[in-house]
Design a binder for this molecule. Structure first.
Ligand code: PLP
Length: 406
């Protein structure tokens, strides 16, 4: 069948997607509608497949959605994090702190700027940055003159960190904040949309296919700060300035442009923006469906010795991931459940191996014992499948497989 491999979303589910009982179920995946496909095709048939008017249109749509002044779309969240660090002036000798329970991009961005990385421990119940650990670490760093220039809290699984408390600490200790909201578009904190930057300088989103909405590959920087937006917008495209009123050289010629900074080609193209615009119209529905699936898991897993990751009461989670935690599980049992479920075609995963355990990070000599919450989390957490289009039968299959290997 023509659309055999395409997930057409809820209303068409079953029409083209005859799920086989033993089909592999990934932990997450994209959902592409017919409209998404047509919007991308339209771009391919148009004059501009990159640098047309759809990227600015996508940026305005995101800013409207998350209530921020500026959105700057780029080719990945990794690029967005890099530009965010550069715009905030991170350079050699500076310190950047983030969560060890994250994708490596959250800390690599600091290394790109030759800064030093350090980690703040997480609360194992939520997987989110532990604010008491942060406070203690800041007090100690202040004594040793090692305060961070930038803190990057990570909204794991789509739930916002406690931004109000992080924000007040930033005022007290003088650091900037980049929210890594790669998982969290469509979520809310204290009734503010994630991305509004109410309690941060910059928020970064990812549109990789496993995330909430996708542009294939893609990312975005959201901010309310004129100066940061200006710098990031220039740096995503080689550091080139095209507006004559901003030129440094006084030379005639309408063809002229000036490179004033050392930037990159981190641009998003119009095919990606078209897909993003189309996906964005379904954001609320996608987040609702994700929340519904998570709720169904709580119902069917309630008799097993597992807990779901806690979502703070003032947070509306975008539910990027369904993460469960085992109560008192040995390393041996943990391995057995993972390998067993995977052998049955259930794509369980750990989000994440603590970044300080990665071979590349060994050179920095982090001490695992400084992060008891993260160690506890990483030895007990498992991501089970959750994505638009996952059906009840598949959720039961996950439960049966989990029960079998526990
Ligand atoms: C996916 C992810 C990134 C990187 O996103 P890309 O768009 O793939 O570059 C960064 N941080 C977190 C927490 C992520 O999950």
């Amino acid at each position: 069948m023509k659309f055999n491999s395409i997930n057409l979303g809820n209303n068409l589910k079953g029409l083209f997607n005859k799920a086989n009982k033993n089909d592999y179920i990934p932990y997450g995946k994209h959902s592409i509608s017919k409209k998404d496909i047509n919007q991308v095709l339209n771009v391919l048939k148009s004059k501009n497949i990159t640098q047309g008017d759809l990227v600015p249109k996508f940026e305005r749509a995101i800013s409207k959605k998350v209530n921020s002044k500026y959105s700057i779309a780029v080719n990945s969240a990794t690029s967005a994090l890099h530009l965010a660090c550069l715009a905030l002036g991170v350079r050699e000798g500076d310190h950047v702190w983030t969560s060890p329970i994250s994708f490596v991009a959250s800390s690599n961005c600091a290394l790109y700027c030759k800064a030093k990385v350090d980690f703040v421990d997480v609360d194992p119940a939520t997987g989110l940055m532990n604010i008491n650990s942060l406070h203690n670490k800041l007090v100690k760093a202040e004594r040793n003159n090692l305060l961070p220039k930038v803190l990057i809290p990570v909204h794991l699984a789509g739930s916002s960190c406690d931004m109000l408390r992080i924000y007040s600490l930033s005022k007290k200790f003088g650091f900037s904040i980049i929210e890594d909201a790669s998982h969290a578009i469509g979520g809310e904190y204290n009734n503010y949309p994630v991305g509004s930057c109410k309690y941060s300088d910059i928020t970064v989103f990812s549109f990789h296919p496993v995330k909430i909405i996708t542009t294939g590959e893609g990312g975005l920087v959201s901010t309310n700060n004129d100066d940061l937006a200006y710098k990031i917008e220039k740096m995503r495209s080689h550091g080139i300035v095209k507006d004559r009123s901003e030129f440094e050289l006084d030379k005639e010629g309408s063809w002229r442009y000036e490179q004033q900074y050392l930037g990159f080609n981190y641009r998003m193209n119009d095919m990606q923006a078209a897909l993003g615009l189309s996906q964005l119209t379904r954001l609320e529905n996608i987040v609702l469906e994700r929340n519904k699936q998570l709720k169904f898991y709580s119902k069917i897993l309630k008799d097993l010795p597992v807990k779901q990751l806690k979502i703070p009461s003032n947070v509306k989670s975008a539910v990027h991931l369904a993460i469960i935690r085992f109560e008192n599980i040995s390393a041996e049992q943990y391995l057995k459940v993972f390998e067993g479920m995977r052998s049955q075609g259930i794509g369980v995963q750990l989000h994440y191996i603590p970044i300080y355990e990665q071979p590349y990070y060994q050179r920095f000599n982090f001490n695992q014992e400084s992060f008891p919450g993260s160690q506890n989390y990483a030895s007990s957490a498992m991501t089970i499948p959750l994505f638009p289009g996952l059906n009840i039968d598949q959720q039961w299959r996950v439960k049966d497989s989990l029960e079998k290997f526990l």
